[in-house]
Ligand binder design. Structure first.
Ligand SMILES: Cc1cc2nc3c(=O)[nH]c(=O)nc-3n(C[C@H](O)[C@H](O)[C@H](O)COP(=O)(O)OP(=O)(O)OC[C@H]3O[C@@H](n4cnc5c(N)ncnc54)[C@H](O)[C@@H]3O)c2cc1C
Length: 494
């Protein structure tokens, strides 16, 4: 039976980050994900690499400073899928006074250390500037920077890096049981496609099952743990774009929550999110009509165009697996992560909470916690670009210009979208293509046969949803018939 140093259960961002870090340290790693990678919380986030301005109100200074420092690291190692995004906060003095916002933004500018992003400032809101798409009664506001990430691609590229460092990475493989036997874990895995079970051994077991962290412990591992998880659902809606500028709005709601309104996939606006406490029985999460109404109302308080449920073209929901710190208000529960180590035999480490933003740092902390059982090795993940992110210090636009010059026969706008998905790896997809016809069948929405084949071969894509909603967001730009065609093509290819 194969013996691994570490078996990681869960192929969301945290499991992926841990597998990558461990594999790069020369450890023999296996990762098992029961569905597609990033199919749970890690593709359902607001997609921000951010410190979390609102967390300052909850005194989460450690989290915010670590996250802001990580923002800088992530902008460097994944410049294709992560980029700066300017936020505008329209001012409403009865909700938060200007001095409070200024103080918060000053802290936000400085608490994370050196940053390449511009500092915050106050701005005038005008229909042709920072107030585009807003009601004319909003005159003043504040602007600051955070970063945008394609969350599902971050997971897949992190796993591609883990695999390149030797990790054995398995989608559609569920951990159905694990028990301690001597100096290792005996782990049972079930191939969810064939139904076949197999066993492996691992010296260390990592539980990165996200919303299932507690149920994996209790059901599959039969272990009582002190750690409690609070499941808090958050949903987003997508509507035709509210304005054509590049910046996002952070809107203050009368319930003191904030709601984001973010430019999305060029033609749309992403609006989110909510905080709804749920139970394990509610998984997988789905948006409720109340949440749609709440998000439409929050956006309509500010948007010149009323946002109504009938405008919603897509929505998604995810469940935050938060560490239960006893707070009653779901918005107030800590967003920081907690790593619980069980040393009653071969070690078991469980991940509670965490942010997409801090996943790399979380993985480093996991390695530190396990230092007693693994050989000493320096941290390395901050210094190696994720696959396709090796821009060599050049700006995205410079890299784009280079590819446009190399492929003059291809649509320059489409090349830009492809570069945002794959970075320098687009070379593998384009490979000498001179014109559109060389790309194979056009499925619509910017997806061609060559990319589909690449996603199936190198990025574990098997189903229509894998490709249309996670590896790409082409589904948003397609008709139902086009989406069906992609799913059929993938099924036929197997
Ligand atoms: C609405 C919302 C908005 C958010 N916005 C942001 C944001 O803007 N920025 C940010 O930094 N963070 C954000 N977050 C937080 C972030 O998305 C999560 O913290 C992160 O995705 C959690 O990742 P994870 O790997 O722990 O969990 P998941 O992504 O849920 O992964 C866990 C995986 O484990 C698998 N699994 C479970 N049981 C088994 C088993 N028995 N065998 C095999 N596999 C199993 C599941 O299928 C799942 O894929 C947001 C979260 C939500 C819900």
């Amino acid at each position: 039976m194969e013996l691994y140093d570490i078996a990681v259960i869960g192929g969301g961002i945290n499991g992926a980050g841990i597998a990558r870090d461990a594999a790069g340290r020369g450890l023999k790693v296996l990762l098992a994900e029961q569905n597609d990678f990033a199919s749970a919380t890690s593709s359902a986030s607001t997609k921000l690499i951010h410190g979390g301005l609102r967390y300052l109100e909850y005194y989460e200074f450690r989290l915010v400073s670590e996250a802001l420092a990580e923002r800088e690291v992530m902008l460097n190692i994944a410049p294709h899928i992560i980029w700066p995004l300017e936020f505008v906060l329209p001012h409403e003095k009865h909700l938060r006074p200007a001095w409070m916002i200024r103080a918060g933004l000053f802290l936000y500018d400085h608490i994370g250390g050196r940053t390449s992003l511009p500092r915050s400032r106050s701005v005038k809101l005008a229909p042709d500037g920072h107030g585009a798409g807003l009601k004319p009664e909003f005159h003043r506001g504040f602007a600051y920077y955070d970063a945008w990430v394609d969350d599902a691609r971050l997971v897949v590229l992190t796993l591609a890096s883990a695999r390149a460092h030797g990790a054995s990475v398995h989608a559609r493989t569920r951990c159905t049981g694990a028990r301690r036997e001597g100096d290792a874990w005996q782990v049972t895995l079930c191939d969810e496609v064939s139904g076949k079970e197999s066993e492996i051994r691992a010296r260390i077991l990592v539980n990165a099952a996200g919303p299932w962290v507690k149920s994996l412990l209790e059901r599959e591992l039969k272990i009582e743990s002190a750690g409690q998880v609070r499941l808090v659902k958050g949903s987003h809606i997508v509507v035709p774009r509210i304005h054509d500028r590049r910046y996002a709005y952070i809107l203050q709601n009368p319930d003191r929550r904030v709601v984001f309104m973010i430019p999305y996939e060029r033609e749309f606006t992403l609006i989110g999110t909510t905080d709804v406490q749920v139970t394990p029985q509610d998984l997988p999460a789905a948006i409720s009509p109340d949440e749609v109404a709440y998000l439409c109302a929050a956006a309509s308080r500010y948007s010149a165009r009323e946002v109504t449920p009938d405008q919603v073209v897509w929505s998604y929901s995810g469940v935050r697996p938060l560490y239960d710190d006893g707070k009653a208000d779901p918005s107030a529960i800590t967003r920081d992560y907690v790593l619980l180590l069980d040393e009653n035999g071969p070690p078991l480490l469980s991940v509670f909470g965490g942010k997409i933003t801090t996943y790399r740092k979380l993985a480093e902390q996991v390695m530190q916690k396990l230092a007693h059982w693994i050989p000493a090795h320096r941290s390395w993940t901050h210094a190696e670009a994720l696959p396709g992110g090796d821009f060599g210090g050049r700006a995205y636009l410079a890299v784009l210009a280079e590819f446009r010059a190399r492929y003059p026969g291809l649509d320059p706008h489409w090349l830009a979208r492809l570069l945002r998905r794959h970075g320098t790896l687009i070379e593998k997809i384009l490979a000498g293509a001179k014109c559109e016809a060389d790309l194979g069948e056009n499925f619509g929405g910017g997806l061609y046969e060559r990319e589909l084949a690449y996603l199936a071969e190198y990025e574990w894509a098997r189903s229509g949803d894998d490709v249309l909603w996670r590896r790409t967001k082409c589904g948003l730009h397609m008709s139902e018939a086009q989406r069906t065609r992609v799913a059929e093509r993938l099924a036929g290819a197997r």
